[in-house]
Design a protein. Structure first.
Length: 114
């Protein structure tokens, strides 16, 4: 996940302390977001693994799942951008705090009921 940190450009001198604290918090959330191990080969984002920058997990599985007959040329380190499964033990403030997320057939196999 070091590549994300390198892409973040931020001018601290032009911001209030509250803005700085908020941005540091958000950067921390991004840096701790779990990577996705996806085996859903029918998804257009899957190019030898998830190619979406950030996937959303919903009540019926991966909401980012898409079938349009094309695949991304560049493979990203996909992360869970948001989680709608409020009944999952890994969901905290609509973000996933699992160490990694396994997805198969667009279903989150890491889901663990509260």
């Amino acid at each position: 996940m070091q590549t994300l940190e390198k892409r973040v450009v931020f001018n601290y001198q032009a911001c209030s302390q509250r803005q700085i604290d908020n941005r540091k918090y958000l950067l921390g959330v991004i840096m701790s977001t779990p990577e996705i191990n996806c085996a859903t080969t029918t998804c257009s984002f899957n190019n030898d693994g998830c190619g979406a920058f950030a996937a959303t997990m919903g009540t019926k599985g991966c909401v980012t799942f898409l079938q349009i007959g094309t695949r991304p040329a560049v493979k990203h380190e996909a992360i869970v951008g948001a989680c709608q499964r409020t009944d999952c033990t890994f969901n905290h403030d609509l973000a996933c705090d699992a160490t990694s997320v396994k997805v198969e057939n667009a279903k989150c196999l890491t889901f663990s009921a509260k």
